[in-house]
Write a protein that binds this ligand. Structure first.
Ligand SMILES: *Cc1c(COP(=O)(O)O)cnc(C)c1O
Length: 386
């Protein structure tokens, strides 16, 4: 073994994440963990019961069908029609995956050749860079800059080269909370058509938009045959541990993604698939109510962070807020986040780890607000006393 590292070169630099370090710090210090983005309250009771029923009735306890159980694929197609007026054939244009994470991996592994360039917004969701690397492709960051984190569409156009194969988009965007507008999406769609690019869209926060609206890129002219839309039940229904995600798109693309997916997990989450089929049919009141509840939490945390002296970038969507520590006289988010649990009993994540260009996000830190209101209030009180 001497001489050669056991981890292959493609994954070099993708070792331990800051989340593990910060969560360990949270445990060691008893701090409130606003670092990792998972809710501290489970989703609807009736959906948990639906999962129990499926288990008891023996639905999904053995390998479910490769593309997902038909009940869920039909429910996903109905959801796309109900919220966006989009039509998908549940048999050919819908694929169930082990969360959005597997969908992203399978899409990139299926669609990319080694050496292909992939343009993605930076700060990146942490699995993007690793999956692009595993596919042997090259990531090309398009930096979203404070204060608004709007994409620079001229820079995007300039970033496209003859080697560009794919745009990897995320809206609503984690960690900045930016939500692409119809005008921005239209410009991106036109560029994709003009330069014959594929697009993978990560839409896991589709139902968590507080200002503006979520518009699937695939709904725009010319995009159906070149877009892989990815979403997940985890964030919408507060069951992040169930790992039920999905892909929708034209049959050719969905078939390609399924080809890679079948050799990753093959299938997953059998009984949970039936429960999520029911969740997707919850009345509009559920979706609007959950969004309004999170909007209130956003307002609580953003006001508290501003009160504590941080610069706040008010998110339009997701359940994260990016804040700037420069007004506190601090420069380095990584050092700040390492000290914060000890100093005041709160854990946050430095945005610098989501950038290739560490200077671009050096003074930004991310807080999650998908927590109980009393937890957020306590965190805000602690931060004020920092
Ligand atoms: C949470 C998250 C995911 C992963 O979703 P899973 O369904 O849990 O795999 C993907 N993309 C973004 C932007 C996320 O925040």
């Amino acid at each position: 073994m001497a001489g050669r590292p056991v981890l292959n070169r493609r994954l070099d630099g993708h070792g331990t994440t800051i989340f593990a370090e910060m969560s360990a710090l949270a445990v060691a210090t008893g701090a409130i963990n606003l670092g990792q983005g998972f809710p501290d309250t489970d989703g609807p009771e009736e959906i948990r019961e639906a999962a129990v029923r499926a288990l008891r009735e023996g639905r999904g306890n053995q390998y479910p069908p490769g593309p997902g159980v038909p009940e869920l694929r039909v429910a996903i197609a109905d959801h796309q029609r109900r919220f966006y007026g989009l039509e998908f054939d549940p048999d050919r244009e819908v694929l169930v995956t082990a969360g959005a994470t597997e969908a992203i991996a399978a899409a990139l592994l299926a669609l990319l050749e080694p050496g292909d360039e992939v343009i993605a917004f930076e700060p990146f969701y942490d699995s993007y860079a690793a999956c692009i690397a595993m596919a042997g492709a090259v990531r090309v960051p398009l930096t979203l800059r404070a204060p608004d984190f709007r994409p620079d569409l001229d820079a995007l156009r300039d970033a496209v080269t003859p080697r560009t194969r794919l745009l990897l988009l995320n809206s609503p965007h984690n960690p900045t909370g930016m939500v692409l507008t119809r005008d921005e999406l239209t410009a991106i769609a036109e560029l994709a058509v003009e330069r014959d690019l594929l697009v993978v869209t990560d839409e896991v926060y589709e139902h968590l938009v507080y200002d503006g609206e979520h518009i699937p890129l695939i709904s725009l002219p010319g995009m159906r045959e070149r877009t892989v839309s990815i979403s997940s039940s985890g964030k919408t229904f507060s069951f992040t541990g169930w790992k039920v995600g999905w892909v929708t798109g034209g049959a050719e693309l969905v078939t390609a993604v399924r080809t890679a997916k079948q050799y990753l997990t093959f299938v997953s989450s059998g009984p949970f698939q039936y429960a999520i089929a029911e969740a997707l049919r919850l009345p509009d009141g559920f979706f609007g109510g959950f969004r309004d509840q999170l909007r209130g939490k956003r307002d609580l945390l953003t006001a508290g962070l501003a009160d504590a002296g941080l610069g706040v970038h008010r998110p339009q969507g997701t359940y994260f807020v990016t804040a700037d520590i420069a007004p506190l006289g601090e420069k380095d988010g990584i050092a700040f986040c390492r000290q914060l649990p000890e100093r005041c009993g709160v854990v946050a994540v430095p945005n610098a780890v989501f950038y290739d260009d560490p200077d671009a996000g050096r003074s930004q830190v991310r807080f999650a607000f998908c927590k109980r209101e009393e937890v957020l209030r306590e965190a805000v009180t602690r931060l004020r006393g920092r």
